[in-house]
Design a protein around this ligand. Structure first.
Ligand code: ADP
Ligand code: MG
Length: 244
């Protein structure tokens, strides 16, 4: 029993979200196994980002409860949740070097300098960005910027990584290679990863488990194969591209 609790990464219980009087997330229940790679997929506006932002603590839940590794984090600040989020827009500081971008969060958390240096070095090696440490974001390509954004999450050693469409600003070729990098990262780090995309191919290739969303509700959860071969309904079949 204890073991089972320890292996639960993230639990969402009856999560709802309203903006004004408009409810956009209608009671989501989901258990995410620790160390798994879960992809939220669905059309634009279905609530993927809102759900992710609530897990991150960047958006308050209107109702419901969020647990991370057995701890109720519903009312905790983002910095207290053991998560790190990677955004589509990278959100790097333009006036800082790559090195300082990577270390900034740790510096704010008063991590000792030696420790920051060690973690920045380790993350740079994993992402192969060591030669870029003295550059500024403006001197990097899109793919390199995205690597730095991911590096900034890695240095924080989060329990859970949250990705919101991290590759959608990249061209098609780079998207494929970054996708492979992210899959490799998950194999190396073995953290729980929650990844949001509207791209079916990304979802199918990265996920241990796919969560198909539509209009603020879960239509189906399952392995890529289950969702593809046994779509729960016409919407899922159409969205995933299953043969019918
Ligand atoms: P997705 O990421 O799947 O494209 P979002 O989570 O961004 O979808 O949005 C879900 C719904 O919530 C949409 O209808 C969107 O217009 C609405 N929404 C998101 N953020 C806000 C906000 N800050 N204020 C009002 N409505 C919002
Ligand atoms: Mg979104």
């Amino acid at each position: 029993m204890r073991d089972e609790i320890a292996r639960t990464g993230v639990v969402l219980t009856d999560i709802r979200k309203s903006f004004g009087n408009l409810e956009v997330i209608h009671g989501i229940n989901l258990k995410i196994t620790e160390g798994s790679f879960v992809v939220f997929v669905g059309p634009s506006g279905c609530g993927k980002s809102t759900l992710l932002r609530m897990i991150a603590g960047l958006e308050e839940v209107t109702d419901g409860e969020i647990e991370i590794k057995g701890r109720d984090v519903t009312d905790l600040d983002p910095s207290e949740r053991g998560i790190a989020m990677v955004f589509q827009s990278y959100a790097l500081y333009p006036h800082m070097s790559v090195r300082d971008n990577l270390g900034f969060g740790l510096k704010m958390a008063r991590t000792p300098k030696v420790e920051i240096e060690a973690r920045v070095r380790a993350a740079s090696a994993i992402l192969k960005i060591d030669p870029l440490l003295d550059r500024r974001p403006g001197q990097l390509s899109g793919g390199q910027r995205q690597r730095v954004a991911i590096g900034r999450a890695i240095v924080r050693k989060p329990e859970v990584f949250l990705f919101d469409e991290p590759l959608s600003n990249l061209d098609a070729e780079l998207r494929v290679s970054m996708r492979i990098e992210i899959a490799r990262l998950h194999r190396e780090l073995r953290n729980t990863m929650i990844y949001v995309t509207h791209d079916q191919t990304e979802a199918m290739t990265l996920a241990d488990k796919i969560v198909v969303l539509r209009d603020g509700r879960i239509e189906q959860t399952g392995s890529p194969r289950e969702v593809y071969e046994k779509p729960a309904n016409i919407f899922v079949a159409g969205f995933i591209g299953s043969p019918r």
